[in-house]
Design a protein around this ligand. Structure first.
Ligand code: NAI
Length: 470
């Protein structure tokens, strides 16, 4: 029984990047927005995802720089890590961003309801607070943005110590001396990179034949080589069979492949994330979900129930915070009757923050060929780049894929793929080139500052015109 009924223009369930973006964007357009959140606004991204993971990766980068400082004539002695300070710094950044976001929502007059939101058959939303109180919210439009949770593997029950996911690893009390990372996707590679740089002996077990299976093969190969150089063991094409904790539960032995095993202190399961619709009560509504549990939507994130949208990790689009942002804004535009363009998922920016960083937009070479394009590609490595040498970080590659013109030169730019220092910050002009449907000749015309790593992008364009400089 609900004891209170409140009316709004839009009710959003879930205060992560999808939900809060929709709330802020809707409120700035003058809509009366309610945001329902059962924990803290900010979602996975802020509390157990992008922000803490990148903060820990930055700690790893600082550790590497100090360790390698002697090559610059700076002698510090071997660095040591005070993990408790690391965790405190990470939490301070999260808290600061969380307070900022809360203030922003308040400033825009978004009404935040604390509690679990459930969609009812009549598209009203019931919010159940921690104290059991129930509030009913009515609105013409409801946005489901409840996010995702880590997938697990049968036989690997989580205990936050021997067996973890990214959720527990981001706050683990002590970095393990040895770890197995199951799954070599974005999360697996980020954790493997971070832990190895901070002194953990890491083994990555990946079921497919390469790590970072969603990336261009040449880019993934650069990461694999760097991992090998830094002592990370990567085993691909291996099934994981199970694990056997020691009697004192200080270590566990992971069985994999053809009768192989390895004893480690911690297992990090990073085999993907599943949509978290568990509390939404969708069975009683006209909203349909697919076999994997993703809420079914059309190109504008409309579900099968009138007036109900779903965005972010709850739907089968790339599970990235910036995709949730754009989906949230698209939904608000649709609610406002502004006929938004659907998101072009084939040209979105991707950014993976392992060392070396990976960033790309558009088709990989394999994807472009599979789509039937005749392509021409260029690859420029960081090894010959002045700035990369100056910073002492020459593992990297810029690869551009373009449509092949009759004279053999590059035409329209189909994909830009980068791996190397600051690749996630470097992608900008590659992203614009792909999404502007620019040609190689148009972009080759532009000037890159010298000395910068972005010269590799400029060189790629020049060489695809058939005439290169360096
Ligand atoms: P993922 O889907 O990117 O990668 C999972 C990996 O695990 C795949 O390579 C898969 O082949 C492998 N795998 C699955 N089952 C396995 C098994 N039983 N044994 C061995 N390997 C197995 O998922 P991930 O890395 O957990 O990330 C979840 C989501 O979050 C992804 O959609 C990812 O794009 C997103 N994410 C993106 C980040 C970024 O872009 N920087 C950072 C963190 C997450």
């Amino acid at each position: 029984m609900s004891d209170q009924v409140n009316n709004h223009h839009v009710v959003i369930i879930g205060g992560g990047p999808g939900g809060y973006a929709a709330a802020l964007y809707g409120a700035s357009a003058g809509l009366d927005v309610a945001l329902v959140e059962r924990s803290k606004v900010g979602g996975t991204c802020l509390h157990v995802g992008c922000i803490p993971a990148k903060e820990l990766l930055e700690t790893a980068a600082v550790f590497r720089h100090v360790r390698d400082a002697a090559q610059f004539g700076i002698n510090t002695g071997p660095p040591t890590l005070d993990w408790s300070v690391t965790l405190e710094r990470k939490q301070r950044i999260i808290d600061q961003l969380w307070r900022g976001l809360s203030a922003l929502l308040k400033g825009r007059k978004v009404t935040v309801y604390e509690g679990a939101g459930r969609l009812n058959a009549d598209s009203s939303v019931t919010v159940t607070g921690a104290d059991g109180s129930a509030t009913t919210l009515r609105a013409e439009h409801v946005v489901l943005a409840a996010g995702s949770v880590p997938r697990t593997i049968p036989g690997f029950e989580l205990d936050g110590h021997l067996v973890t996911t990214s959720d527990e690893m981001l706050s683990i009390e002590r970095l393990p001396a040895s770890a197995v990372v199951i799954g070599g996707g974005a999360i697996g590679c980020e954790f493997a990179s971070m832990m190895a740089d901070l002194g953990t002996r890491v083994t990555v077990l990946e079921a497919l034949d390469k790590i970072l299976p969603g990336c261009d093969k040449d880019v993934a190969a650069v990461v694999a080589r760097s991992f090998k150089k830094r002592g990370i063991t990567v085993r691909t094409g291996v099934p994981v069979l199970g694990h056997r904790p020691s009697t004192d539960r200080r270590t566990t032995t992971v069985d994999f492949g053809a009768a192989e095993s390895i004893e480690v202190e911690t297992v990090v399961v990073s085999v993907g994330r599943r949509p978290f619709a568990d509390l939404l009560g969708l069975e009683a509504t006209a909203v349909t979900v697919d076999q994997r549990g993703f809420v079914e939507v059309d190109a504008l994130c409309r579900t099968t129930a009138a007036g109900v949208y779903a965005i972010g990790d709850l739907i089968a689009t790339p599970q990235l915070a910036h995709i949730a942002f754009v989906e949230g804004m698209t939904v608000i535009k649709d609610i406002l009757g502004e006929s938004p363009l659907p998101v072009d998922y084939e040209r979105i920016p991707w950014a993976i923050y392992c060392h070396p960083e990976v960033a790309f937009a558009g088709y990989s070479e394999e994807q472009a060929v599979a789509k039937g394009y005749e392509v021409v590609t260029s690859q420029h490595r960081h090894a010959g780049n002045g700035r990369a040498m100056i910073i002492g970080d020459t593992d990297g590659l810029v690869k551009v894929i373009a449509e092949k013109q009759p004279d053999g030169t590059g035409g329209r730019i189909l994909g830009v793929h980068m791996v190397g220092p600051w690749a996630t910050e470097q992608l900008g002009q590659g992203y614009l080139a792909v999404n502007w449907e620019a040609t190689v000749a148009e972009v080759a015309h532009f000037i890159q500052p010298h000395p910068t790593i972005s010269e590799l992008f400029g060189e790629s364009m020049l060489s695809l015109t058939g005439r290169s400089l360096h």
